[in-house]
Design a protein around this ligand. Structure first.
Ligand code: GLC
Length: 574
């Protein structure tokens, strides 16, 4: 974890503060005027897709009445992807005692909205994000007083679902501006497209001014660049566009360029033999050494999601066209690779168990030369008869069989998982409820690593001891991802069960960042209280369940052109 403030106060050096400020100084937005303009096209169309219709039927939700649409407003190609739009408007806000569809509103909802609004961060009078945690009872702020890009995602979704898109637009534009900064670690320059992990607003009472300061990894513990930030940024841009119908933001040349810069970084050619993205440990939600270096599922699933979102948002002009072609090719290769080599179920496990090694040639079955003895003991008990999941990592002679929640949920939402695989993931969650949900949703990773393995893999990290924090801790923020995945697969009852569990404790425990223990019974040893994404994750889960049409903001339908993989295991039915 980085500590921008920590650095400053520890050194106590005014000079350093000034130097940082100089670095942080940003001129007022070139294109800030566009913020004041009303959106050029506000698509209020309420045509619902078949999926949304059937989803509402599933939930017994009455159909909203259609609104007339203006053809003239819908001439840009982005509008092709805006079916199922719902007009902005408050739905589940804390002033609403009963929700639109007659669901009883739980008292935690009001508490959550209160906490979320308290976490707002303003820059020159405009809300631009939410602080990571508003825990006043800890002296050790570290970087929890910053706006994290990944942490802001559930906050943004909550605001979008509640018909408050301005803060999301401001956030998108401010972080875009930060992207254009010169990024340096020691004497090394980071790629132009890197988005910050986090930023904060500095107030100067003497000059009566405000500046932004960003962290691209140069202050982060371990000095790792956040690979996920750029992907979340593209995801949010699409969520904003889908939810408001305002295509003008994504159409801005600056946004188009920002997207292209992110894409250039991850589509560049090198020595890779795989279409997956090679990254360092700690470059995502799990931002410390946890043995996820290589090709972690979280990044691959987000990469896939971002590529698909970018395909919907990029203009087909000269520059955009080239990217569209590259993205399309990469999506094909990536989906084939992931669906084939990351997928595991009982049959596949049995095949690996019987693998021959040292095969050479195109016909090799054990392509990555995985040694069957490297299969961990726990997986033989964990694997249910029905069900499967995407494993954590695949690289030469190395498969990380751990379950990672975020990657699997994003695989469902982005349709990286085929419908059969999505169903299998939900089957697994249901049959391994005790392990993955226990008393508090939701395990970020399963299982924990201990003893010698913990020493080697985490480098003896005292925060990541077994069943704590990233090492098998339970993170309430993951509720929104689970709920969205449940709705997409037609299994809302699973989400309802998880939310009910969370509701028994979250408010009472003051919205902890994470819980510890095999069952998630204990508030995390070093967990922050009033952790904003725990609050927002809960709200988004509630709003999704209440109005499943919100799913369109965070999920993509299957692209039929992406062929299922060739079968290795005969039990696969794609
Ligand atoms: C921790 C988490 C990271 C999160 C940050 C701020 O470092 O590991 O995912 O973004 O806290 O909440």
């Amino acid at each position: 974890m980085s500590s921008l403030d920590g650095d400053v106060s520890q050194n106590g050096s005014l000079k350093r503060v000034d130097a940082l400020r100089a670095l942080a100084e940003i001129e007022e937005f070139d294109f800030s005027r566009s913020l004041d303009k009303p959106p050029r096209t506000l698509n209020m169309e309420r045509q619902r897709s078949c999926d949304e219709r059937s989803m509402n039927e599933l939930f017994g939700v009455p159909s909203p009445s259609p609104r007339p649409s203006s053809r003239a407003e819908n001439n840009f190609r982005l509008s092709d992807h805006l079916d199922g739009l719902y007009s902005p408007g408050r739905r589940s806000g804390f002033n609403t005692p009963r929700s639109q569809y007659g669901f009883e509103t739980h008292p935690s909802v009001a508490e959550a909205w209160d906490a979320l609004r308290r976490s707002l961060v303003f820059f020159r009078g405009q809300p631009v994000g939410t602080i990571a945690a508003l825990d006043n009872n800890t002296d050790e702020q570290l970087n929890y007083d910053q706006v994290f890009v990944r942490d802001f995602v559930p906050s943004a979704l909550a605001f979008l679902m509640n018909g408050e898109p301005e803060i999301v637009k401001n956030f998108i534009l401010k972080t875009l501006r930060l992207q254009s900064w010169e990024k340096k670690i020691d004497r090394f320059h980071l790629g132009e497209g890197v988005m910050p992990a986090s930023f904060k607003v500095l107030h100067d009472p003497i000059r009566n001014s405000e500046t932004l300061m960003a962290d691209f990894g140069e202050s982060a513990i371990g000095r790792v660049a956040p690979v996920d930030s750029g992907f979340w940024w593209i995801f949010l841009l699409r969520a904003y566009t889908k939810s408001t119908g305002d295509t003008s933001l994504a159409e801005m040349p600056e946004c188009q360029k920002g997207m292209r810069l992110i894409l250039s970084l991850c589509l560049s050619e090198g020595f890779d033999t795989f279409p997956t993205l090679l990254c360092a440990d700690g470059c995502c939600m799990i931002d410390r050494r946890m043995g996820v270096y290589g090709y972690p599922i979280e990044i691959q699933a987000l990469f896939f999601m971002a590529l698909r979102c970018a395909l919907l948002l990029l203009k087909q002009d000269d520059e955009g066209k080239e990217f569209v072609e590259r993205i399309t090719k990469r999506l094909h290769a990536l989906s084939f690779h992931m669906r084939s080599y990351y997928w595991i179920d009982l049959k596949q496990l049995n095949d690996i168990y019987r693998y021959k090694t040292e095969e050479y040639s195109h016909t090799a079955v054990n392509k990555f030369n995985v040694i069957p003895d490297s299969l961990p003991e726990w997986i033989f008990d964990f694997m249910p008869v029905h069900g499967g999941y995407f494993i954590g990592n695949v690289s030469p002679a190395k498969m990380d069989f751990r379950w990672f929640c975020l990657g699997n949920c994003i695989a469902i939402l982005s349709s990286l998982a085929t419908p059969e695989q999505s169903t299998a993931i939900m089957d697994l969650i249901e049959s391994r409820w005790e392990e993955l949900v226990g008393e508090m949703p939701l395990k970020v990773i399963y299982p924990a690593i201990e003893s010698h393995e913990w020493r080697i893999v985490t480098g003896c990290d005292p925060k990541n001891t077994r069943w704590s924090y990233h090492n098998g801790g339970s993170w309430p923020v993951l509720l929104w991802l689970l709920t969205a995945a449940c709705i997409k697969t037609g299994r809302p009852q699973i989400a309802r069960r998880a939310i009910e569990l969370a509701e028994t404790r979250l408010v009472k425990d003051n919205w902890p960042e994470y819980y510890d223990g095999k069952l998630g019974r204990f508030i995390g040893k070093q967990a922050r209280k009033f952790q904003t994404w725990s609050v927002a994750g809960y709200l988004v889960a509630k709003m999704l369940l209440e109005d499943p049409s919100h799913l369109g903001m965070v999920a993509l339908e299957e692209d039929k052109q992406m062929k299922p993989p060739m079968r290795r295991s005969h039990s696969w039915t794609f």
